[in-house]
Design a protein around this ligand. Structure first.
Ligand SMILES: Cc1cc2nc3c(=O)[nH]c(=O)nc-3n(C[C@H](O)[C@H](O)[C@H](O)COP(=O)(O)OP(=O)(O)OC[C@H]3O[C@@H](n4cnc5c(N)ncnc54)[C@H](O)[C@@H]3O)c2cc1C
Ligand SMILES: *[C@@H]1O[C@H](CO)[C@@H](O)[C@H](O)[C@H]1NC(C)=O
Ligand SMILES: *[C@@H]1O[C@H](CO)[C@@H](O)[C@H](O)[C@H]1NC(C)=O
Ligand SMILES: *[C@@H]1O[C@H](CO)[C@@H](O)[C@H](O)[C@H]1NC(C)=O
Ligand SMILES: *[C@@H]1O[C@H](CO)[C@@H](O)[C@H](O)[C@H]1NC(C)=O
Ligand SMILES: *[C@@H]1O[C@H](CO)[C@@H](O)[C@H](O)[C@H]1NC(C)=O
Ligand SMILES: *[C@@H]1O[C@H](CO)[C@@H](O)[C@H](O)[C@H]1NC(C)=O
Ligand SMILES: CC(=O)N[C@H]1CO[C@H](CO)[C@@H](O)[C@@H]1O
Length: 530
């Protein structure tokens, strides 16, 4: 009898512990998901930490190995949303139970902000929604957030060889994050950013409502085109305007190392590249290579060109305005625009176009740190050498100088939240990568990245030192996702990324998400300071 009542009390205690556990917000949140009645049951697409596939689903779209480590916080669950109602349900359950949400499309965020947080959170993964619906008669397309740029480019090519879309060079980027942060590639001098060519969108707001351009209002439609989608809602799809390209474009690469007079060519490039014909985009990409003498390293600047026209039109144009480049006919290749996307992505020659459709199961295993700068005055030739002395020490940094001007200078700086328009010669991307594991390596490389950025201070934009949202860098300012009052800090990163457009983003945020449900380290806060 005594044993029985003892057992009974044990059982009662255990039940109450279980009850308490099921009362925790985390459990309540998961129950909310499992109990919701969506047409296509959401339970089929929820991966909790107990699920055998949890880590492989999480890692499938982690592009930066820094955020794969076992010591990095993991989400309570990943919802691999297949339908709009999966998105709506996840938002409503998370909101009801005070769980934060991280929205992921392609997972390229430089700081892992689409899948890491140190407060309890769920990852809403959009990769299963990746359709691209191209209508050539109207030269438009609807693109779902989980579609990669490679998929977008390929599906345009299937319908037309003379249409394209201005977006990034890395074809595994997701349109959900890439477009909502601006999105640029080698067509930017002719057609501007991706956001300059978006004409409608479907999003789910903090109330779980699905809105299009008409129902969301022009202010919210303005905000999600460059203000970062994740402060305002979940982007389901974009309607884009395709742009015309000739049946063949011309690509080229001319390499110059320091010893070949790279400094003279690059110095001239700074003045010329932003003022060339809009059909011509020449990126100056720096890397560290083996020198010709001894075992010493040197810097190579690759001048990589995309020209919307023939070799015969290109050569006289370059020899007139940029003879220092020494561009020869044999450097140039004519090819359809779709082939040029693979050329720029630097895949081996002969790689089939269909590779644009294949998404690697596991992203490449590298660690990286990205930073960005805008340059408004040419960097003196002497300074180029000083920059390169330090650059060589990095061994593995890639630095891309991307010329502006053309269409970029014609679009008013308030037309979209992206403010870096007229007055910029070029943008720099600093991409430092490494393969060594461990905290020691992480700290060393992060430290190097920061000291290189410090060295660049005299040559970069000032008050504020501007930054590009898509080159996510929390060094320029960040909030902790659990702090309620965040306007002071938000103003620090917000003014660098958005300049005068930051205030308007705050106004939109205050209207559409006053309780600040959609928040993360670099989100736009509402006025009330939630
Ligand atoms: C190797 C590499 C190359 C790059 N090349 C270029 C380039 O050529 N041009 C360029 O402009 N940028 C480039 N980038 C930067 C890139 O555009 C950004 O990292 C962009 O945010 C990636 O989008 P994503 O969907 O892949 O990333 P994610 O990590 O999935 O998302 C990034 C951000 O967007 C939010 N987000 C994602 N999906 C949604 C959604 N559906 N709704 C609302 N918010 C969402 C996330 O929460 C996060 O804040 C490059 C980055 C890398 C790592
Ligand atoms: C893991 O989650 C998926 C998606 O919800 C489900 O189909 C699968 O059965 C789960 N596997 C295990 C071992 O729980
Ligand atoms: C550069 O030189 C090192 C030896 O100093 C060698 O191991 C490496 O393969 C060389 N790299 C290239 C691309 O030639
Ligand atoms: C290599 O660099 C060192 C240090 O800058 C220099 O002293 C040396 O002369 C260089 N070697 C060659 C072969 O250029
Ligand atoms: C495109 O370039 C290829 C290779 O140079 C050439 O064979 C083809 O005729 C060109 N097509 C057009 C339409 O110019
Ligand atoms: C473009 O790609 C197609 C398909 O892979 C290939 O047949 C063609 O030769 C390529 N053209 C050029 C000029 O590279
Ligand atoms: C970081 O770099 C600076 C300057 O290069 C150096 O003085 C400092 O010791 C480094 N710190 C770490 C932790 O490596
Ligand atoms: C500036 C500030 O208040 N930061 C705090 C934000 O919240 C985290 C976690 O609660 C604290 O650790 C920070 O100190």
């Amino acid at each position: 009898m005594e044993t029985f009542s003892f057992l009974l009390s044990i059982i009662t205690i255990m039940l109450s512990i279980l009850q308490a556990a099921s009362d925790s917000p985390n459990e309540k949140f998961l129950n909310c998901l499992y109990q919701s009645k969506t047409p296509n049951p959401i339970s089929n697409v929820v991966y909790t930490q107990r699920n055998q596939s949890f880590l492989s689903i999480l890692n499938m779209h982690i592009q930066n190995k820094r955020f794969k480590a076992a010591t990095i916080a993991k989400p309570l669950a990943i919802v691999t949303a297949q339908t709009e109602s999966h998105v709506q349900t996840t938002i409503l359950c998370a909101k009801t139970h005070g769980i934060q949400i991280r929205i992921r499309s392609g997972g390229h965020d430089g700081e892992g902000l689409s899948y890491v947080s140190d407060v309890p959170y769920v990852v809403l993964d959009l990769f299963p929604q990746h359709s691209v619906d191209v209508d050539i008669s109207s030269a438009t397309a609807w693109v779902q957030a989980g579609a990669t740029l490679g998929e977008l480019y390929y599906h345009i090519y299937e319908k037309s060889k003379v249409h394209a879309f201005p977006a990034g060079v890395c074809t595994s980027l997701g349109t959900g994050g890439h477009f909502s942060g601006g999105g640029y590639g080698n067509l930017l001098r002719k057609y501007g950013l991706s956001v300059d060519n978006i004409i409608d969108a479907k999003i789910v707001d903090a109330n779980g409502k699905i809105l299009d351009r008409k129902s969301m209002g022009e202010d919210l439609f303005w905000a999600i085109r460059g203000g970062g989608g994740a402060s305002f809602g979940v982007i389901l799809s974009w309607k884009i305007k395709l742009v015309p390209v000739p049946a063949n474009v011309t690509v080229f690469t001319v390499n110059k190392i320091i010893e070949d007079g790279a400094a003279d060519v690059l110095y001239k490039w700074q003045e010329v590249a932003p003022n060339l014909d809009e059909d011509l985009f020449i990126r100056a990409q720096h890397s560290v290579v083996n020198g010709t003498k001894g075992g010493n390293k040197t810097v190579q600047v690759a001048f990589i060109g995309e020209f919307l026209g023939s070799i015969n039109r290109l050569l006289p144009l370059v020899s007139k305005s940029f003879p220092e480049l020494g561009l020869k006919k044999s450097d140039c290749i004519e090819m359809p625009w779709i082939n040029s996307t693979l050329y720029w992505y630097d895949v081996p020659k002969g790689t089939p176009l269909e590779s644009l459709l294949t998404i690697p199961k596991e992203p490449s295993p590298i660690y990286f740190k990205i930073k960005s700068d805008y340059v408004k005055k040419p960097i003196p030739k002497k300074a180029l050498y000083a920059i390169w002395d330090k650059f060589i020490e990095s061994k593995t940094m890639i630095m891309q100088w991307n010329p502006y001007g053309g269409k970029m200078a014609q679009i008013p700086s308030s037309a979209t939240p992206f403010p870096h328009r007229a007055g910029n010669l070029f943008k720099i991307q600093y991409f430092l990568l490494w393969i060594e594991d461990g905290d020691k390596a992480n700290n060393q490389y992060l430290n190097f990245s920061r000291s290189f950025y410090n060295l660049m201070t005299p040559y970069a934009s000032k008050s504020p030192r501007e930054a590009f949202l898509n080159y996510r860098d929390i060094d320029i300012g960040a909030n902790h996702p659990s702090n309620i009052t965040c306007m002071d800090k938000a103003t620090i990163y917000g003014s660098k990324i958005f300049k005068h457009n930051f205030d308007r983003l705050v106004q939109v945020k205050t209207r559409v998400d006053p309780l600040n449900f959609f928040r993360y380290e670099q989100s736009i806060p509402p006025k009330s300071g939630y």
